[in-house]
Structure formats: C-alpha cells, structure tokens
Design a binder for this molecule. Structure first.
Ligand SMILES: [Zn+2]
Length: 116
C-alpha cells in the first residue's frame, strides 16, 4: 500500500499523491529496501535540496557518512519541484548526527530557555 511520508496516511494502489499534503506517496517496499541495504538510520527530512546538501556538508565535516535519498531518484513522476529528501547515516552515527543538526543555527529548534 502506498502511504504518505509526511502524514503517514495510507492510500489505495494507483494513487500517487497525498490528498492532504500534496506529497508524493511512497511504498513500504521502497523504504525498507533502502534501509536494509545497509544499516542506515534516518536523521533528517526536508523538501529543500539546498538545505539537504548544506546539512550533508556539515555532517561530512565531522566525518559522518551521509546518504541522501530523494523521491526524484525513484520511479515516481515528480509533481512540480516538490520532493521529500531524506538524510541517512549509519546507525552508530545517528546520535552524533542528530545532536549536530539540533545545534545548527540555521535549523530552528525549540529555543525556549530552560531553568531561568
Ligand atoms: Zn499526507
């Protein structure tokens, strides 16, 4: 069953785009095939190629082994320029990568100060 990578809704076969999000649907088979090819863990998702490349460059600068997957690389016809881009690293590097991304100034996170 295809499903939306954004809201996780499942759709019937033959439907290619999420009615709610406008995102290309993916199949679990594709997601699992990629994940099983090596022991990768998803650490970041965005729809902006430039942002993805920037984060990859940052992570590679601290010696992490980053893999980028986009739906444009798969067999779906792209709808406009919109694509979900996923960044993976080996599972043992995932925690370091997530910590690094959290601390990047250009990625807004909850910035509430604690303990004041
Ligand atoms: Zn959706």
């Amino acid at each position: 069953m295809p499903y939306c990578p954004n809201c996780k809704s499942e759709y019937q076969e033959g439907i290619l785009v999420c009615a709610d999000c406008g995102v290309d649907l993916v199949t679990e088979l594709q997601a699992e095939a990629h994940l099983k090819s090596s022991d990768l863990e998803l650490i970041y998702t965005c729809s902006d190629q430039i942002e993805a490349e920037m984060i990859r460059a940052n992570l590679e600068s601290i010696d992490l082994d980053v893999t980028i997957l986009t739906q444009k690389d798969q067999n779906f016809p792209a709808v406009g320029d919109f694509a979900i881009i996923k960044l993976f690293v080996p599972a043992e590097q995932a925690e370091a990568a997530k910590n690094y991304i959290t601390n990047l100034p250009s990625v807004p996170e909850e910035n509430e100060s604690e303990g004041e």
